[in-house]
Ligand binder design. Sequence first.
Ligand SMILES: C[S@@+](CC[C@H](N)C(=O)[O-])C[C@H]1O[C@@H](n2cnc3c(N)ncnc32)[C@H](O)[C@@H]1O
Length: 365
Amino acid sequence: MNALSKDNKSVVISAVDLFCGVGGLTYGLHKSGINVAAGIDVDPTCRYAYNKNNEAEFIEQDIREITADDLNDFYPEGHLKLLAGCAPCQPFSSLPKNRRQPAQNDEKWNLLSEFGRLVEEVVPELITFENVPPIRHQNIYLEFLDKLKSLGYKFDSDIVYCPNYGVPQIRRRLVVIASILGKIDPLCETHSPYGHNGLEPYSTVRDTIGNLPNIAAGEKCETDKLHVSPRLLDKNIERIKQSKQGGTWDDWHKDLLAPCHKKASGQTYKSVYGRMKWDEPSPTITTQFHNYGSGRFGHPEQNRALSIREGALLQTFPKDYEFVDHDHPVQILQLGKHIGNAVPVKLATTIGYHIQDHVKDYYHD
Ligand SMILES: C[S@@+](CC[C@H](N)C(=O)[O-])C[C@H]1O[C@@H](n2cnc3c(N)ncnc32)[C@H](O)[C@@H]1O
């Protein structure tokens, strides 16, 4: 990325991606033109995909052991520093309404303060942070924002609806972008439901996975081993056959209902065992998107859950993103976790462009 500074020297942004996973955020930032120097993650099973698809170096380490000196070594001399990160969201996602605080003994709980510690020690010019919306009510997050203010950062903190950024998925995420250079504007939406006002129309399930070869539950595509969907029990095959796009288990014959569906409480989770709709964005791709019983993850027409490739495409990873070495088996649970946890590549790309526009405005004003 080159933005001219006042003294006509070029300004380059280099990033380190904390909690980098298989690289959704890294890939998107890089695609926007930001140089990502390194990604750090404690999980060795992320290494293959991260290294194969990104030029950044994968560092297998616990963030709690990373120091300011470690990070500063990754940033090339004279570049603006971007510290990017997406701490694990499990402690904050889907908190029961009667429990506003996640379990304090969840060791992942403190990882956001580790991000804050590194911000304080490195004071990078730019920061971006993504997490699930419920985190915004938590003290640990409010303390993080207080820390940014006390260090002199200006920031924008928004709940973004992913279809507004070209992601074919109704995911909502909290995105924080902070800068020590000056005021940060909110992210600009690029898409709207029908593409009015110069924006593009929402991307849909059909646009994204509609041209993949048909496969059955338990079958693997011959030309793409990631296009594989788990086997279903006979009863679940019957259930999905009777499911309509966007429908619920109300559409099934009563013999197929599980005891929990018949209870009054069963009415509150109607979208499980659902089929998605072709012409809308998909439901949020969770780490369980390959499991028909975990949400509306049934294929719109075929009698199976989403394949691993379909989940990756709905997370806007490119078609050729390589998740597994050619002679290694596809581990559905592990890949589902990596893909469902990722920052959608298109959202990450939008964040990257936004940060660059901010820097250009700063140096050109
Ligand atoms: C939400 S995912 C990040 C997804 C990633 N940003 C992407 O876009 O693909 C959180 C990651 O944090 C990693 N993680 C959890 N605890 C960690 C720790 N103590 N140190 C480093 N990484 C950790 C997990 O292995 C997981 O890959």
